[in-house]
Ligand binder design. Structure first.
Ligand code: APR
Ligand code: PHB
Length: 433
């Protein structure tokens, strides 16, 4: 079998790339180790930057998003018993869209089936060969049968534990890592969200986050120690702890109910450089991990593959390799800033077991500065909605501050479904203090 681009991994990075290449008339094959139900069923985050929303629209994959996406113009930080609302829309002209990654994956897979994008499911023992030459190829096994795919390029979109990054010789790869001394215990429950926007809480007992999937489905998290088990957290204990940490104003609007998903995830920052080796290009979690605090994981995978697709399209259409040659540098420039924001937001909202009194005062000072300074809130907002991407040859769309050729998403108009979902919430409640 032969194709132009072999894509390893059918997560967000691999599937967005497959759609981008297919839309440009390029040929690709996606190789995925698991089956569709497994990939689609994985519970992940659900906050989309305008760049991601715009891409789904451009690709003609936004029907579900227009129907079920929730437009959020602001985000809240609960600290010291008060809610600080950051008005994203008025500070930077765009907000975010809440739409679960499971729904994004469903839309990507349905679209792939409709368009005839070739995905090989349950591809075992994927091996990448000849990456440093002109004729790379990929082999795998399906059941007892071995297969081979010849290609021009390999896109390593196979996540943190995939085979792509480890196919690069160790001496050619530099990695940076921080593992945090806590995890997030997350639940899903079919109860209405306690607030119409997300609430990130910094509490002396630890971090908490109130998020949602729809008007009737809530997603909540609490920071837990790394040695805690899901079984230590029956629902009632979770709800009690969540209410304490969110504070009385938000807790008063919280509806409890049985959870149907409960899991603990560790938090990690990780970057591998460069994101290209020979004919292999890494994208998404294969090259970098962020702690979930900034809601950046899937959005970073999207900006990577937009830049990678630009380079591949330029290679085939214009016979030029500037985009491919600068891919790693351009992608990493955005990745490192998202790493910085995610690390910073994690460090000002969580309780660190080894924090001394000075670090705790620094945390309070950061939060107080954010509360009191519009400049600080604007900086928060531009990072939270996603920084522009370097796309040579493209004009900036919306951002006044974006450098030439940098493109920020413009999306704003997903139906506002959660104007007033929370029973008993007074107008303006949960807004700026
Ligand atoms: N061969 C084939 N496929 C593989 C292999 C392998 N050796 N190893 C992993 N995969 C597949 C996984 O099964 C998974 O479906 O690669 C896919 C990688 O998907 P993600 O882990 O979701 O990574 P990515 O697409 O970069 O997603 C970026 O979305 O899912 C979130 O947490 C993720 O926030 C991150 C973002
Ligand atoms: C989620 O809804 O799962 C979510 C939202 C915001 C985050 C992380 C996760 O920062």
């Amino acid at each position: 079998m032969r194709t132009q681009v072999a894509i390893v991994g059918a997560g967000p990075a691999g599937m967005f790339l497959a759609h981008l290449l297919h839309a440009a008339g390029l040929d690709c094959v996606v190789l995925e180790r698991r089956d569709r139900a497994f990939v689609e069923g994985r519970v992940r985050a659900g906050v989309l930057e305008p760049i991601t929303v715009d891409l789904m629209r451009e690709l003609g994959l936004a029907e579900g998003l227009e129907r079920g996406g929730l437009a959020h113009d602001g985000v809240n930080i609960a600290t010291g018993g008060e809610l600080l609302r950051i008005d994203l829309a008025s500070l930077v002209g765009v907000g975010l869209t809440v739409y679960g990654q499971q729904e994004v994956m469903r839309d990507l897979f349905d679209g792939a089936v409709a368009r005839g994008i070739h995905i090989v499911w349950e591809a075992d023992d994927v091996v990448l060969e000849g990456l440093d030459g002109a004729e790379p190829f990929v082999t795998w096994r399906h059941g007892q049968t071995g297969h081979r795919l010849d290609c021009d390029f390999v896109a390593g979109c196979d996540g943190f534990h995939g085979v792509s990054r480890s196919s690069i010789p160790a001496q050619d790869l530099r990695t940076y890592e921080r593992v945090y001394p806590f995890g997030w215990l997350g639940i899903l429950a079919d109860v209405p969200p306690c607030n119409d926007e997300l609430v990130y809480a910094n509490h002396e007992r630890g971090f908490a986050l109130a998020s949602m999937r729809s008007e009737t489905r809530s997603r909540y998290y609490v920071q837990v120690a790394l040695d805690e088990q899901v079984d230590d957290w029956p629902d009632e204990r979770f709800w009690d702890e969540l209410c304490l940490r969110l504070g009385p104003q938000t807790a008063a609007k919280l509806t409890r109910g049985p959870s149907f998903e409960k899991s603990i995830a560790p938090l990690r920052s990780f970057v591998a450089e460069p994101m290209r080796w020979g004919r292999l290009f890494l994208a998404g979690d294969a090259a970098h991990i962020v702690p979930p605090t900034g809601a950046k994981g899937m959005n970073l995978a999207v900006s990577d593959v937009i830049m990678l697709a630009d380079g591949l399209i330029e290679h085939y259409r214009a016979n030029k390799d500037h985009g491919l040659e600068t891919y790693s540098k351009r992608a990493l420039a955005r990745v490192w800033k998202a790493e910085r924001f995610s690390w910073w937001l994690t460090s000002i909202t969580h309780r660190f077991p080894d924090a001394d009194p000075f670090s705790q005062q620094m945390q309070l000072a950061e939060l107080d500065y954010l509360r009191s300074s519009e400049a600080a809130q604007r900086s928060f907002a531009e990072n939270y909605v996603g920084l522009p991407m370097a796309r040579p040859g493209r004009r900036a769309k919306a951002s006044a501050a974006a450098p030439e050729g940098a493109v920020r998403g413009t999306s704003q108009s997903i139906g506002k479904k959660l104007e007033r979902t929370c029973a008993g919430a007074a107008p303006g409640e949960g807004k700026a203090t």
